[in-house]
Ligand binder design. Structure first.
Ligand SMILES: Cc1ncc(COP(=O)(O)O)c(C=O)c1O
Length: 454
């Protein structure tokens, strides 16, 4: 299957410059009634009516190439027919069960059982968002170790509930919301483009992992013995950062040596996104606890969960609860989505198409004065903008301009990264090679135009 029947093959098609008149009515109504924290429509002003595969249509009839995929939710594509059929059938039968077993719940547990990293034998479905899964993972780690401190990484994003937010490195998210949970400590991620130790990847010996070990080993580092280290095997919101190849294996070794639990947050990188079912598979390691959400619910039905090692299953019944402890429609959709991913070898497709896109972006990097680095794995890609390639001064304004120009040209991307200076690509993985090339060419052209106009 080349997935072409899932998307509008003639995308993008912009008939009315966005936001068109119909979109403007929706945007005005939203501005008049919803809170000021609404964010995506500020960068991508439009109202959406329909999604098909890797394409979406706005209410004015414009068709876009969706290179953002609902922030990494729509891995199997908008309106994936197999997944929708499973969800529709489930809606007719039963839509809420707390954590009482049901056929779709069993099906998702079985589907996950076939794909989870080695050793993760237990599942827990809590509240519906990724943040809920992060909260559960932290709580389970603390419960099992009897310890409280957690080590997280610079560039991390783990969610917006108080505990998850405590683990996020981004100051803008928490500045006026302090204090959050105590005893969360941040150490550098292997963000080699901006190594805080000023080393080169080929010869650095993974200094950031050494530093993590130092922080844990030295009784006077200021960090009491942690319950857990939480890491994204490939960082998402931090700027699509693939760490140094030794980094995650070293974290695994350090966690084993000091009897600390390793939590791998796969909420964004999971479910074929990076060219493997889970990003940790690139590293040959398996965490103790893994968080999942986003693509877990198939085509956007909210669902999150954690998978963990058998020996950590020590909670009392009801120790962690919630009304939406799972979502039966999402179970049905999620099981069908995992079936689709396996049947159509979606991870291999993401790796191949992502490789083509990255090659095109790397060419852009070579020729451009404002692209500091193009990087990523599979279809989790990023382009970091700088005002000057020598000084690497971050250029968030250029990233915003590129997002806007791409939108006008029919390609949806978002920005992320430490300074919001990274254009981020998280398209539905059913993106065809042809659409991937077309969308990337448009992106590159927008970057070249903006560069010329500077
Ligand atoms: C790695 C990671 N963890 C956690 C979250 C939080 O998920 P949610 O927004 O569903 O709470 C996100 C969201 O982007 C994420 O990328």
């Amino acid at each position: 299957m080349d997935f072409s029947e899932l998307s509008h093959t003639d995308a993008p098609r912009i008939d009315t410059p966005p936001p068109g008149p119909e979109s403007q009515v929706f945007l005005e109504q939203q501005r008049a009634t919803e809170g000021a924290a609404v964010s995506y429509p500020r960068g991508l002003p439009m109202a959406l009516r329909r999604g098909r595969g890797a394409t979406v249509e706005d209410v004015d009839g414009n068709i876009y190439l969706d290179f953002f995929g609902g922030a990494g939710v729509m891995n199997v594509g908008h309106a994936n027919p197999a997944v929708l059929a499973a969800a529709r059938a489930q809606i007719e039968d039963l839509t809420h069960t707390l954590d009482i077993p049901s056929p779709p719940r069993r099906d998702l547990v079985e589907a996950l059982g076939a794909v989870l990293p080695a050793g993760l034998t237990r599942l827990f479905f809590g509240g519906p968002t990724g943040s809920d899964a992060v909260e559960a993972a932290m709580k389970l780690a603390r419960h099992n170790t009897g310890r409280y401190p957690v080590v997280a990484f610079e560039g991390s994003y783990h969610g917006m509930t108080a505990g998850a937010l405590s683990l996020c490195s981004g100051a803008p998210f928490k500045e006026r919301f302090l204090p959050l949970l105590p005893e969360v400590h941040f150490v550098p991620y292997a963000y080699c483009y901006r190594c805080p130790f000023d080393r080169e990847p080929a010869t650095c010996g993974c200094a950031c992992a050494d530093y993590l070990e130092h922080v844990i080993d030295d009784p006077h580092s200021g960090v009491a013995h942690p319950a857990a280290v939480i890491v994204e095997a490939i960082q998402g919101e931090g700027g699509s950062i693939v760490p140094h190849p030794d980094f995650i294996p070293r974290i695994r070794q350090i966690c084993d040596k000091y009897e600390i639990l390793m939590i791998d947050d796969e909420i964004q990188a999971g479910f074929c996104r990076t060219g493997r079912m889970f990003a940790c598979e690139h590293t040959g390691t398996s965490p103790d606890i893994m968080t999942m959400s986003k693509a877990l619910g198939g085509v956007g039905f909210p669902l999150s969960g954690i998978a963990y090692r058998e020996e950590l299953d020590t909670w009392e019944p009801g120790a962690h609860i919630g009304t939406f402890r799972g979502n039966v429609i999402a179970y049905a959709a999620g099981a069908a989505a995992i079936g689709f991913m396996r049947e159509h070898e979606l991870a291999a497709h993401a790796e191949r198409v992502g490789g083509i896109v990255l090659e095109m972006l790397s060419e852009l990097e070579r020729d451009s004065t404002i692209v500091g680095e193009a990087r990523g794995a599979g279809l989790m890609l990023g382009v970091e903008f700088v005002t000057d390639k020598a000084t690497k001064e971050p250029a968030p304004e250029l990233a915003r301009q590129v997002r806007s120009r791409c939108h006008q040209s029919g390609v949806l991307i978002e920005v992320g990264g430490h300074w919001f200076n990274v254009a981020r690509f998280l398209p539905p993985l059913v993106l065809t090679e042809e659409l991937a090339r077309r969308g990337t060419e448009i992106f590159c052209e927008c970057v070249r135009e903006i560069e010329k106009e500077r």
